[in-house]
Design a protein around this ligand. Structure first.
Ligand code: NAG
Ligand code: NAG
Ligand code: NAG
Ligand code: NAG
Ligand code: NAG
Ligand code: NAG
Ligand code: NAG
Ligand code: NAG
Ligand code: NAG
Ligand code: NAG
Ligand code: NAG
Length: 705
């Protein structure tokens, strides 16, 4: 009782203190709907399901109100927040916004109203001179329903650097002379609007300002008058991707931009270009990043590359190119992406700056010697999804690649690649059946990730896995290693992989993994054995995997899960035994079901009735395993092994009893035998006597004797 009084007293005092603090203008307080950090300067009210802006201390500098359900902002909401510099109201349901709501935010630098339902951002003509956001640098209005650019914006936000009005329904972009007041504007994102046409003087107001980045992607543009970009001298990045602008229009635009273009980055992806020629892009001498991705390009004029000496990144992926010539002219090229074309060869010998090459999805049949030259800087080479059957021993000579993707090719054997310092090697989806010991000689100690899945490997010759001191992931799934694992022929493959963390042996026709093969894997935490034919956990020797946290054994032939084994795996956190043919008989299923009830190990997909089904006996087939509730008293269901032992005991008793019986019989027989013998002997004796008596009579009766 006393405690209660004290407690309510305290509560009252606290409330009183709070009230006075509030009324006396103590600024250091935080709405209970928000989290305040950094001395009440950062107020986080994001993701609170708020439908209004809570009261805020005027100390607030950064205010996060994103991901709520706010539908309207009251005109006075932000009036006291003179210190606010960042206001994030992204992802709410605000329908209208007006300049007047924000007039008092004299220090605001970033205003994010993206992903709302704004149909207008009202900035009236008669805006008073002091309703301005003089510090605003970024205005984000993307993903709204604006049908026009906010009129009078230049008056309201004179220092704007970035205007993002992407993904609205703006139809016309007429930046008249008033926009030339936005002297600081550098980035304008108009992506995802419905502009369709751009007239020669639409950007007139932007020509006086040093606009740097302009995105007009996905605007349904079909026509641009050539002079539209004329005199936009500072423009460095232009994106026209995903529009249907024809070759001739583009040529006219770039010609108008002219020889003194500052364009550094150009995105012409997902258009319908067909030809990329010197007369189209040759004047863009400063070009450094060129994206022409998925633009139905059939032909790239070799002479073009002579005119683009500063190009560092070229993406011509997903086109119809049968050849790509003169790439060697691009001396500064660092990233080359030519994936998914029809290239049968590519000469990259003279490109010393290259860091990353992606020629996946082409029709390369072989990698010839020295096709890359010696590239100090090259780190990633992706030649996956080609038809490579052979790799010249000198193909990678002098490279110090970190990552090599050779997956989805037609390699049936692979020798030493000559590579050094390789960290990731992907050879999956080839036809390898023989892994020669030389393959890994120079890279074993640096490799971290090796993918040999989806090949035809049934054994390893002469233990190729030597000195794999860095290896963390090894994928051997979809091979034919089952027999070798069963016979223990692979004892050595893991022996130098002390740091291995993940190993995948799924789909290898494994019935058994003989004891001792896991023993070197002290750090392995994930083992996948899906799609094999393992009948009992013990058959896969998983008990040796003491450090494993994740064991995946779905799609095997397990009729039961041996909980004794699981209990010995101290670090097990999750396991997958789905899609196994579980036997729903009390003695087999009960231990696992009980274990499930108390174990902290997460069983993946446990709730999925399709994955954990009874298979046997027939009357339970198809039933959800966890719905199986046998009503069998415990005494009838001793664990398998004990029953076995008691059977053994009974047999021994029976044998002993039988022995005793036989012994008794023998003794009896012996006894009787001696008795009978005696009797027979004496009978015989007596018979002899009688015989003599009889013969004596006969003698005496025979006159001749
Ligand atoms: C913050 O509000 C208090 C009253 O609640 C006022 O005294 C103080 O001047 C305000 N400070 C600023 C910077 O607006
Ligand atoms: C601006 O004009 C509107 C009508 O167009 C009027 O209602 C409003 O009071 C005016 N505001 C100022 C500050 O003059
Ligand atoms: C504009 O907003 C969109 C959507 O939020 C975003 O993806 C894009 O990167 C932004 N543009 C710029 C230039 O920041
Ligand atoms: C620009 O257009 C707006 C309306 O869209 C108009 O109010 C303004 O006067 C125009 N400014 C110039 C300089 O033409
Ligand atoms: C651009 O430069 C090329 C040669 O570099 C020249 O032939 C061409 O006339 C120039 N075009 C313009 C419009 O200056
Ligand atoms: C592309 O160039 C080839 C010649 O290289 C020409 O025959 C073809 O008409 C050009 N296509 C377009 C759309 O300009
Ligand atoms: C190589 O290219 C293929 C196909 O384009 C892609 O799926 C794969 O992720 C790439 N590999 C690397 C390592 O980037
Ligand atoms: C692999 O290369 C070694 C030399 O590094 C050579 O002796 C051996 O014959 C090659 N094996 C195959 C299958 O090409
Ligand atoms: C190897 O390549 C295959 C197919 O491209 C891909 O599925 C797999 O994730 C890659 N392996 C690694 C380790 O990146
Ligand atoms: C897999 O290798 C075996 C020999 O180990 C060979 O007989 C078989 O044809 C190979 N299968 C494929 C699909 O290459
Ligand atoms: C597991 O727990 C559920 C509910 O808590 C219970 O219905 C079920 O009988 C238990 N199963 C076993 C095997 O103990």
């Amino acid at each position: 009782m006393a405690l209660l009084v004290v407690y309510s007293c305290c509560l009252f005092l606290a409330q009183a203190a709070y009230a006075t603090a509030f009324s006396e203008g103590n600024l250091e307080w935080c709405s209970h709907q928000c989290t305040c950090l950094n001395n009440y300067r950062t107020v986080d009210c994001a993701r609170r399901m708020l439908d209004h802006v809570p009261s805020l201390s005027n100390l607030t500098v950064n205010l996060y109100l994103d991901n709520n359900r706010i539908e309207r902002i009251a005109p006075e909401t932000f009036q006291t927040l003179g210190n606010l510099m960042m206001l994030n109201m992204e992802k709410n349901a605000i329908r209208t916004a007006a300049a007047s709501y924000f007039c008092s935010l004299q220090n605001l630098q970033i205003l994010n109203l993206g992903s709302n339902k704004l149909e207008a951002f009202l900035i009236p003509d008669n805006l008073t001179a002091d309703c301005k956001l003089p510090s605003l640098k970024q205005l984000i209005l993307s993903n709204n329903r604006l049908s026009a650019l906010p009129p009078n914006l230049p008056n309201f936000t004179p220092s704007l650097k970035l205007l993002n009005v992407s993904f609205n329904t703006i139809r016309s972009v007429s930046f008249n002379g008033s926009f030339s007041m936005l002297m600081s504007l550098r980035v304008l994102d108009l992506r995802g609007n419905q502009i369709h046409q751009i007239m020669a003087d639409d950007f007139a107001g932007l020509k006086a300002i040093p606009l740097n980045t302009l995105s007009l992607s996905e605007c349904g543009i079909v026509h641009i008058e050539p002079e539209a970009f004329h005199e936009m001298t500072e423009l460095a990045s232009l994106s026209l991707s995903r529009n249907l602008i024809g070759y001739n229009t583009l040529e006219a635009i770039f010609t108008a931009i002219g020889n003194d273009s500052q364009l550094v980055q150009l995105d012409l992806s997902e258009m319908f270009l067909q030809n990329v020629t010197a007369s189209l892009l040759g004047m863009l001498k400063r070009l450094s990043i060129l994206d022409i991705f998925e633009s139905s390009v059939h032909y790239v004029e070799p002479g073009l590359f002579d005119l683009l000496p500063e190009l560092e990144s070229l993406n011509v992926g997903h086109n119809e190119l049968h050849e790509l010539e003169n790439v060697g002219a691009l001396k500064q090229l660092r990233w080359l992406n030519a994936e998914w074309n029809h290239l049968t060869e590519l000469d990259l010998t003279d490109l010393d700056a290259l860091q990353s090459i992606d020629v996946s999805g082409n029709q390369l049949k072989m990698l010839p010697g020295g096709w890359l030259g010696a590239k100090e800087n090259l780190q990633l080479l992706n030649v996956s999804h080609n038809m490579i059957t052979s790799i010249h021993p000198e193909a990678f000579a002098g490279l110090s690649l970190q990552q090599l993707d050779l997956s989805h090719n037609w390699l049936s054997t692979l020798n030493d690649t000559g590579l050094q310092r390789l960290r990731k090697l992907n050879l999956s989806h080839n036809r390898l059946s023989v892994i020669t010991p030389q393959l890994f000689t120079n890279v074993a100690d640096t490799l971290e990730d090796v993918d040999l899945s989806h090949n035809n490997i049934s054994n390893f010759q002469q233990a190729p896995f030597k000195d794999f001191i860095s290896l963390q992931e090894l994928n051997l799934a979809y091979n034919r290693l089952g027999r070798a694992l069963g016979e223990g022929l692979l004892c050595d493959i893991f022996s130098s992989m002390g740091h291995l963390q993940q190993v995948d042996l799924s789909a290898n026709e494994i019935v058994q993994i003989s004891a001792g093969q896991w023993q070197h894997l002290h750090h392995v935490n994930t083992v996948a054995l899906s799609y094999n034919h393992i009948k009992r956990l013990g058959d896969a020797s998983v008990i040796e995997l003491t450090a494993v946290a994740r064991l995946v054994m779905d799609y095997n032939d397990l009729s039961a899960v041996d909980v004794d084994v699981l209990d010995k795996m101290d670090y097990l956190e999750e396991a997958d035994f789905g899609n196994n043919p579980f036997a729903c008989t009390p003695c087999v299923a009960l231990p696992f079901l009980r274990w499930l009830n108390h174990s902290t190990v997460r069983i993946l997909g446990k709730a999925d009735r399709q994955r954990y089904q009874c298979y046997m006996p027939p009357e339970f087939a198809g039933q959800y395993l966890l719905d199986y509730h046998p009503t069998i008293p415990d005494a009838d269901c001793k664990p398998h092994r004990e029953r076995h032992r008691s059977q053994l005991d009974w047999t021994m008793i029976a044998v002993a009893v039988a022995g005793v019986v036989v012994f008794i019989i023998l003794v009896t027989v012996l006894f009787f035998y001696t008795q009978i013998c005696q009797k027979i002997k004496s009978l015989h004796y007596r018979w002899q006597i009688r015989y003599r008596e009889v013969s004596g009579v006969e003698f005496t009766n025979d006159p001749k004797v």
